[in-house]
Design a binder for this molecule. Structure first.
Ligand code: ZN
Length: 309
């Protein structure tokens, strides 16, 4: 069993409109945009990162806004809900704020924990969960105070036709079963970074999801450094997984593999981080380009949609 994985690192999804996406995460949810860059494979598409002040692992929601992309069809084999941690007693504030802003899918639940479900701009499945004593540092902006602000991820929920092989994989990755009820198995990684929970939802009769705007593309798990990442890579390959070589993503190093339930997993390093190419005080303000796309700057600056006025 592995001990190098410390919880979620980031969640990456797709969107249909960059400006709407940016407004939702920075203005409505009060997260900080920590990086404005482009997709390595399609440099005419943004890659936007939202998180806490520094973009700490376990706080970072990232998006590829493909202009006018059609919506995904939710189903199995994907992340159904991405869940953020908020302070105890804050869900009333969030219910008011989200409903005033026309956010859809609002539904409060108490299921061992107080939770508010809501939909993102492309129908993305999100929830806020009240967590006592989540002491992660907080970013406050746009009218969201310290008493209400998102602390980072709480968990992701995967929709699976059969949870068995994915549960086994997560246990191999260092997770332990916390509880099982009503078709949901909750796993947690001991000593995690605050984003240590994964829920597995078994839906044997639901067809496979089709990816599009509002779908999660992949979920990334956090390891401290490249050495630990290589240990994880070797262990996964020895177990029979097809894992990519290590890929430099400028702000972390990444490896990817497809899980038995169909979800794409990434293992990402905490190094070097988002302050690699700009000061923490100004993260996310300037357009940053990967080395191989730097020559495209004049055309991209003209072509990419303005995120704000
Ligand atoms: Zn990723």
């Amino acid at each position: 069993m592995l001990t190098q994985i410390k919880g979620l690192h980031h969640v990456t999804s797709m969107a249909a409109d960059a400006r709407t996406n940016n407004q939702f995460f920075t203005d409505t949810l009060g997260l900080r945009r920590v990086k404005k860059t482009v997709n390595f494979d399609s440099p005419d598409v943004y890659h936007l990162y939202y998180g806490d002040e520094t973009g700490a692992p376990g706080t970072v929601m990232t998006y590829f806004p493909f202009p006018d992309m059609g919506r995904g069809r939710p189903g199995t084999g994907e992340i159904g809900t991405t869940v953020f941690s908020v302070p105890e007693g804050s869900l009333g504030f969030w219910n008011d704020r989200l409903s005033k802003r026309g956010v859809t899918g609002l539904k409060a639940e108490t299921f061992g924990e107080k939770r508010l479900n809501f939909a993102g701009p492309d129908g993305d499945g999100f929830a806020l969960v009240e967590v006592r004593d989540d002491n992660r540092p907080v970013w406050t902006a746009n009218g969201v105070s310290k008493d209400h602000a998102i602390r980072g991820f709480h968990s992701v929920a995967m929709r699976l036709r059969d949870e068995g092989a994915t549960a086994e994989l997560l246990k191999f990755m260092g997770y332990k079963t916390l509880e099982s009820r009503d078709g949901v198995t909750r796993l947690i990684v001991p000593g995690g970074n605050g984003a240590g929970i994964v829920d597995l939802e078994t839906m044997p009769t639901i067809q496979r999801g089709l990816q599009g705007a509002g779908s999660v593309h992949h979920v990334a798990f956090s390891v401290e450094n490249r050495e630990k990442q290589l240990d994880v890579r070797k262990a996964l390959m020895d177990t029979g997984y097809h894992v990519t070589p290590v890929i430099d993503r400028d702000y972390f190093w990444a490896i990817y593999f497809r899980t038995p339930g169909g979800v794409l997993f990434e293992i990402a390093t905490n190094e070097p981080g988002f302050d690699r190419d700009e000061d923490t005080a100004h993260l996310g303000e300037a357009l940053k380009l990967p080395q191989q796309h730097k020559h495209l700057r004049p055309i991209l600056e003209q072509h990419l949609q303005k995120l704000e006025d």
